[in-house]
Design a protein around this ligand. Structure first.
Ligand SMILES: Cc1cc2nc3c(=O)[nH]c(=O)nc-3n(C[C@H](O)[C@H](O)[C@H](O)COP(=O)(O)O)c2cc1C
Length: 228
């Protein structure tokens, strides 16, 4: 009897152990399931946050760029070189693009800087010159990131850029300058603009040569990764 009792006890112990093991395994599976459920949900939240760009774009590159807000490219170009770079930046970022169009277009005579009396030189020599703009750029006040582009004239930004900055409410935006030139860097123009317009957040600048495709891509990628 003692032996039988021992066997019964032994069996019930075994049963208890088995029950315990099942119960424990079941629990840990539940825990694992709920953890993976949570991380799935977290993943969904994360991706929906990334997907919530202000312009509703779906392409990955554009979404990343627009995470920090609406992006615009605003440029002035007298002979098309800066325009080409501006188009490339807009393409890379998915930004909206706006041209600073002079009310009076610049002729090649106006731009003949070897002539002291050409219009461009006269404007650059006159601190008060503010060539009028014919395009309506009021909408740029809605943008959080602005790529502002221009050709270098006599080491700095053309006066029409001052017209733009003085007539636009862009104190909310991070303004990344870019330029094209025959060789001069952008630094002087950025320093000048920062000194003249301390209320505008002019954060950095980059010069491009002609046909700057690869450089533009690299610059934009740097920007996007520095904002992540
Ligand atoms: C009035 C004037 C002044 C210029 N001054 C400079 C200069 O100081 N340094 C330079 O490297 N290029 C200078 N350039 C050359 C332009 O910066 C260059 O050709 C630019 O890429 C033109 O851009 P756009 O085609 O968008 O107008 C000057 C051009 C003009 C018309």
């Amino acid at each position: 009897m003692k032996k039988d009792g021992f066997i019964i006890k032994k069996h019930s112990c075994l049963l208890l152990v088995l029950l315990f093991v099942f119960a424990f395994t079941g629990c840990s599976n539940d825990a694992a399931d709920s953890t993976s459920e949570k991380s799935e949900k977290a993943g969904q939240t994360e991706s929906s946050t990334i997907g919530t760009d202000t312009q509703g774009e779906t392409e990955a590159g554009q979404t990343e760029q627009n995470d920090s807000g609406k992006t615009a490219v605003v440029y002035f170009s007298a002979t098309g070189t800066t325009e080409e770079v501006a188009n490339q930046i807009a393409e890379e970022t998915g930004a909206d693009i706006f041209e600073i169009v002079p009310e009076e277009p610049y002729t090649s005579e106006d731009l003949n800087y070897s002539d002291d009396n050409c219009r461009a030189n006269k404007e650059m020599n006159d601190e008060a010159a503010r060539p009028a703009i014919s395009s309506d750029l009021s909408v740029v006040s809605e943008y959080d990131v602005i790529y502002l582009g221009y050709p270098v004239w006599w080491g700095t930004a053309p006066r029409i850029i001052q017209t733009f900055l003085e007539n636009s409410d862009i104190s909310q935006a991070a303004v990344y300058t870019f330029c094209t030139s025959g060789g001069s860097g952008i630094e002087q123009s950025v320093e000048d603009l920062q000194g003249l317009y301390p209320d505008v957040n002019i954060v950095s600048g980059r010069r491009f040569g002609q046909g700057a495709d690869a450089d533009v891509k690299e610059w934009i990628e740097e920007h996007i990764s520095s904002k992540q």
